[in-house]
Write a protein that binds this ligand. Sequence first.
Ligand SMILES: [Zn+2]
Length: 394
Amino acid sequence: MKNNKEQTTMRWWGGLRTIGGNIVSLEYQDSRLIFDFGFIPHPNSEILGEKVKTRTSRFVHDYVSLEVAPAIDGIYEEEDVEQLQDLQSVQEDGKKTAVLVSHLHLDHIGSMGMLSPQIPIFLTEDSFRLYQALEVIGEGVRGYQPNLQACTYEESFQVGSFIVTPIQVDHDIPGACGFHIETPDGNLFYMGDFRMHGNHPERVEAAIQPVKERGVDIFMMEGTTLSDLEQKRRPLVPDPCIPDRMKTEADVPMKMRDILEEFEGIGIFNMYHRNVERLESILALNGEMDRTIVLEPETAYIADKLIDATDFSIYLSSETKEESMNNKMSKWKEELLQKYNTIDATIINQHPRKYFLQNSYENVLELLDLQVKDGVYLHSNAPPLGNYDPSYQH
Ligand SMILES: [Zn+2]
């Protein structure tokens, strides 16, 4: 019989009662695995709202103190945690540690930049490519340059005493996977986020077999929408059918096209550009409608790097024009604007009916430059995401 120290231990640092922010650590002797590494939704995180300045020099210290980032030994730099009692830095700890990231949504990667650059972070090759693009357009995580290591679906790798195998699933972001983990005391599968109403439900079905072959003692799945069932104490009945009124990912572009046909003015859409497949399907509408698709430069960069579609124009906002005049434009943007056709508000306003323009919420004031009479605004699962965010009502 093993004593506790010789057994694999599992500990939850976040995500048991919150939407997202699930962080789990597994330890066996000198080996440690952690998955995923987003911000933990904690009442303290409200302190970090718009009215309080976050301190760059004390970033890790402050977030760990507020319990928005987990107080796990051996993952932070000495200088960041020296004032946090009982927390060992990576330099003091000496264990073999790695972090696994199932996909690049912020509730899974938000705290990644706090990790010591000594800690390897494994993510799939598709996620790695997307992260590189996000970094260029200024959407990388805050903090240290994360020590990213690309891994391949169904190719196992070892972290100390653990054997890890990424298994592809389908989610609204490229590169999403679950992780099968073999420990000295049993196997577990962490599913990551997934959906059955996407373009690849077969990936989720196909994930079952390799996981089964490797064996599972513990299965972990995020259950954001299960709380309702739990409260009503209704049984969880497996049913692979998509409910009648539910739209699938494949329905979205056609629905957009149908709505656009009903309007005589400009079409505007707001989407989350990490949803690269949706971006791709919107761009594929080009042949289906008599409107030019115009993207913000950041989204255009993602399309240019990750999608085989070049049939779009780039919106030249007054801010971008000013950057150009003051020689403050980043190199990636400069190159992109040379490569693609650019369109500004003056051109759009001559024939608003001819355009389908992307507008992120943070750039909503751009709409003041546009003729929006008889137009339509399509909010397609973009920030602000839902009623819980006060901006949603705006
Ligand atoms: Zn997600």
